[in-house]
Design a protein around this ligand. Structure first.
Ligand SMILES: [Fe+2]
Ligand SMILES: [Fe+2]
Length: 269
């Protein structure tokens, strides 16, 4: 099973360029075209939040249009830039999304069980799962201990060293780590938010951060670094469940044309 993970599309309605520069609509269109052209095609797409930049109804309407171009099931998490009820109005038809409350839900239709959690705290850039959702997560994971599981959420559960991003991280990540460590069937935790790919040990499994679909965050590890973005190439993650292990790959959205190796012979004994 192939899971494509995309993140931080930051959609703005009306072809507005983010920061006066970033053509988020074009980036999203290119990303969707790339997902559709992949071989093998992903079985599902998971969007780990910051679907929109400002959470307005028009932004979500445009995001819904972009996501509707994806021909496989799409599961979403909410980011700090999104708004829960506006998202529900535009995207509540996507599978799994509850009719009220936080966007925490389970998809049992695939060889890998998908558990999506909601870290959005409206009015804050920080994220939090909260005691109630952590309890739900613990019970939900306990209900299927033998099925390989992917847990998706927006705010990453570890500090990256990029100071200003870590200050708007997941408040209760230690509690989250405790829950995950009780459920070894969790093969991957996938997050977004940082607009820069990272991989870390976490709660006995591996947690990854997906690159941004549009702008990237500058990889400056000075603790009090300024809040800078740049136009490094956007990317996404592929998580391949082979039946035995989860193998994750980071890919750029725009790939250069292939050239055949020549003059070299690969030898296999
Ligand atoms: Fe973001
Ligand atoms: Fe975010």
């Amino acid at each position: 099973m192939w899971i494509a993970q995309i993140s931080d599309t930051h959609v703005k309605a009306g072809n507005v360029r983010l920061f006066g520069e970033v053509d988020v609509a074009e980036h999203f269109t290119k990303l969707v075209a790339r997902l559709e052209a992949l071989s093998p095609k992903p079985d599902i797409v998971i969007h780990t939040g910051d679907i929109t930049n400002d959470g307005e109804a028009a932004d979500f309407a445009q995001a819904a249009h972009c996501l509707s171009q994806i021909s496989v099931p799409v599961y979403i998490a909410l980011g700090n830039h999104d708004r829960r009820e506006t998202a529900r109005q535009a995207l509540g038809h996507l599978p799994g999304i509850p009719s009220k409350g936080r966007f925490s839900y389970v998809i049992d239709d695939h060889p890998v069980r998908i558990v999506m959690a909601d870290t959005l705290v409206e009015g804050s850039s920080q994220g939090e799962l909260g005691a109630e959702q952590l309890k739900w997560l613990d019970q939900t994971l306990a209900a299927a201990p033998d099925k390989p599981t992917f847990v998706g959420l927006h705010h990453p559960p570890f500090a990256t060293g990029i100071g200003f991003m870590d200050r708007i991280g997941l408040r209760d990540r230690a509690d989250f780590a405790q829950v995950i460590s009780r459920h070894p069937q969790v093969k991957r935790v996938g997050a977004g938010h940082v607009h820069r790919p990272f991989t870390a040990q976490f709660g006995g499994t591996i947690a990854m951060i997906c690159p941004g679909a549009a702008h990237q965050v500058v990889a400056d590890f000075t603790p009090d670094s300024a809040e800078y973005w740049n136009a490094d190439p956007p990317g996404f993650l592929l998580h391949h469940w082979t039946g035995e292990q989860m193998i994750s790959i980071e890919l750029p959205v725009e790939s250069s044309p292939p050239r055949r190796f020549s003059g070299d012979h690969l030898t296999v004994e």
